[in-house]
Each structure stands twice: as structure tokens, then as C-alpha cells.
Design a protein around this ligand. Structure first.
Ligand code: 5GP
Ligand code: ZN
Length: 119
């Protein structure tokens, strides 16, 4: 798959995109990769990431707006592949919002009832 964007050799998700670190990949496209979260918070919990390195969702939107839409489409397809058409999508942005990996990732959570507001 092409990876025409930026890459950071020290970034965990860049290394998963490059195939250097194993992940349970559930979907992929030219610009996005989806894999199961290592510490799932719902029966379906996947992360959809751009192949290029950007720290957060807004940075990706500035650089590659179409890829943000692609993340959402892939997220829908990941839930759908598990037989689910109701799901929660989350972009944590910044440490105070819970972001721990600074490579854009869209959480797809599905398969259980969700409460609001999130913690
Ligand atoms: P954040 O807290 O940045 O929004 O989400 C990072 C997510 O990455 C967490 O849900 C965490 O469980 C997941 N994660 C961290 N390291 C790995 C890994 O090596 N592989 C996978 N598949 N998920 C990871
Ligand atoms: Zn990265």
C-alpha cells in the first residue's frame, strides 16, 4: 500500500503502519489502516489511523482533509464488518482529553450500550 505522507520512526502507529509492529488489522485503504485496540473498551474497539503521521485530527484535517473523511468511512465499515451499525467515534486531542499516542487515530467503539457524558 502506498504511504506518500510523512512518517516518524519513533511513532508507535507509524511503526504499525510500516508493519514493524504487529497489529490485528481489520481494514485498510490507500490512506488509512484499522486495527483492534490492544486494551479494548467495548466488544468492538478499533483504531483507524492515517498512513501519514500527523499528531491529531485537526492537524490531519489541515494537511489531508479527504483522509479525515476516509477515516470515518473506514470506521463505519469496521463496525459493519462486526455486524454493528451503531457505534461511537472518538478523536482524543491532547493529554487532558486522554490522548496518549500522538498520531491521529479514530476510536471505533461498538457492541455495548454507551453512556453520556464520557468520563
Ligand atoms: P488515546 O488514549 O491516545 O486516544 O488512544 C491510544 C490507544 O492506543 C489506547 O486505546 C491504547 O489501548 C491503544 N494502544 C496503545 N498501544 C497499542 C499497541 O501497541 N497496539 C494497539 N493495537 N493498540 C495500542
Ligand atoms: Zn506516526
Amino acid at each position: 500500500m502506498p504511504n506518500t505522507g510523512t512518517s516518524d520512526p519513533d511513532c508507535l502507529f507509524c511503526r504499525i503502519v510500516a508493519g514493524e509492529i504487529r497489529a490485528d488489522v481489520v481494514a485498510q485503504s490507500d490512506t488509512a489502516l484499522a486495527f483492534r485496540d490492544l486494551n479494548p473498551q467495548a466488544p468492538t474497539h478499533a483504531l483507524v489511523v492515517p498512513r501519514s503521521h500527523h499528531a491529531d485530527a485537526a492537524s490531519l484535517a489541515d494537511a489531508e482533509p479527504e483522509t479525515v473523511a476516509e477515516l470515518v468511512r473506514v470506521a463505519r465499515d469496521v463496525a459493519g464488518a462486526d455486524g454493528l451499525d451503531e457505534y461511537r467515534l472518538v478523536f482524543n486531542t491532547g493529554a487532558a482529553a486522554g490522548q496518549t499516542v500522538f498520531h491521529t487515530h479514530l476510536h471505533v467503539l461498538a457492541g455495548r450500550a454507551m453512556t453520556w457524558p464520557p468520563g
